[in-house]
Design a protein around this ligand. Structure first.
Ligand code: PGA
Ligand code: ZN
Length: 404
């Protein structure tokens, strides 16, 4: 095993053209790891801060002055010691001094260097206890964008194809096909309208929430008929983004919490949703709980902004039975070690985990390894765009390398 001999941080761009960081770590053996960190747009209030005040420039300066010297000399194989050192150097509760994206890039780069040094795939380096053989994740494929990811689209942020097949090649194929059919149908219905793509590669169309869901459900049904794959519609409402003063403000209607619960439960039944993320505001633990009681046997109810991958918020959700699944985004908490604390707690309590991209992504595939290493129920990812396809293609490679 070997020690970290050098650590560098550099500025790169994410898929929205915004600056982010990538870390490169080198070990005494000569093995190297490089990883970039993504960025969100509909970030939860309880996430760590991606960058210090002063942005990427300040992150680079602090890395050079204090993070790199603190990492050099550490044993790369001790992932939690490396991640612990990142916390020590930072010294704040939310990575506001060095930046959560710096922590993510360094943490993942170290794991990648270790994988290279030990000639193991990254997912094996990261595998959680009990994950010794693989159960491949379903695909949560974002096909139509709204909310903050698509100006002029529906209020609901993501219209999703949930494809739950044993083999990644089948799950990915199903999601890609829904995206294609949806584009064709939008073009057929609105031949004179430009058809754009949102931040996560889903279509952008100036249509209402229910029309979008209708179109999605039809496309899923067609793909089911055509391929016999387990393809079902899903939504990420990202409801905190259109909730204010306890009211959910859609283009078409304004609902109080009870009205929202009734509305969403009806959508689950009417459209056969199998995936439902953030249907309420990020503090509404109890509203989540009653909805999960009502529809949780028929669909995943997933907390994203609700938990922010934070172990203490997940503990709160478990105590109140808020959801049956938790979204996992490494840079919401900073390091892999923090992420795994949340994953392990979820697994110990029978909650499904969903490994997720961010809306601003880097064209790297390590997220697929995190999904497999944690036996995630699903990998949440866009369907098209190089930065999304990088993750799907990596999952396909894993399927070929270790699948049955
Ligand atoms: P974000 O959103 O990456 O913009 O935070 C993604 C999501 O809400 O799932
Ligand atoms: Zn979300």
């Amino acid at each position: 095993m070997s020690r970290i001999v050098s650590a560098a941080l550099a500025a790169i761009y994410d898929s929205r053209g915004r600056p982010t960081v990538e870390a490169t770590l080198e070990l005494a053996s000569g093995a190297r790891g490089r990883a970039g960190a993504p960025s969100g747009a509909s970030t939860g209030t309880h996430e760590v801060l991606a960058f210090p005040e002063g942005g990427v420039a300040e992150a680079l300066e602090r890395f050079r002055a204090s993070v790199a010297p603190a990492l050099v000399g550490l044993e790369a194989a001790d992932l939690s010691a490396v991640d612990g050192r990142l916390h020590e150097v930072d010294g704040t509760a939310n990575f506001s001094r060095i930046g959560g994206n710096t922590a993510t890039a360094a943490s993942v780069a170290n794991a990648i260097a270790l994988a290279e040094e030990t000639h193991r795939p990254l997912w094996k380096v990261l595998a959680r206890p009990g994950v010794d053989e693989t159960r491949f994740p379903a695909i949560v494929g974002n096909c139509l964008n709204g909310g903050r990811h698509a100006i002029g689209g529906p209020d609901i942020q993501e219209f999703i194809a949930y494809v739950d097949e044993a083999r990644p090649e089948d799950s990915v194929r199903g999601a890609v096909r829904v995206h294609q059919l949806l584009g064709e149908e939008l073009h057929r219905r609105y031949p004179k309208h430009a058809l754009g793509r949102g931040d996560e590669g889903g279509w952008v169309a100036g249509i209402g929430n229910l029309e979008a869901l209708e179109l999605l459900a039809e496309a899923c049904a067609r793909v089911r008929d055509e391929t016999h794959l387990a393809v079902h519609p899903g939504l990420d409402l990202a409801a905190s983004e259109f909730c204010s003063d306890g009211k959910y403000r859609y283009q078409e209607q304004t609902l109080d919490t009870e009205g929202q619960a009734t509305f969403v439960a009806r959508l689950v039944d009417r459209y056969g949703l199998k995936y439902l993320e953030d249907p309420f505001d990020q503090e509404a633990f109890d509203a989540f709980a009653s909805l999960t009681r009502a529809v949780g046997s028929r669909t995943l109810v997933v907390g994203d902004d609700l938990y922010c991958t934070d172990v203490s918020r997940l503990r709160e959700g478990l105590a109140r039975h808020s959801t049956n699944a938790v979204l996992i985004k490494v840079n919401q908490v900073g390091t892999l070690t923090d992420t795994f604390a949340t994953v392990d707690l979820a697994r110990a309590n029978g909650l499904a985990t969903v490994s997720s991209h961010r809306s601003g992504e880097v064209p790297e595939g390590w997220l697929a390894h995190v999904a497999v290493a944690t036996a995630a129920r699903a990998l949440k990812c866009g369907v098209v765009g190089g930065e999304r396809v990088a993750k799907l293609n990596e999952l396909l490679r894993l399927g070929r390398a270790i699948g049955t």
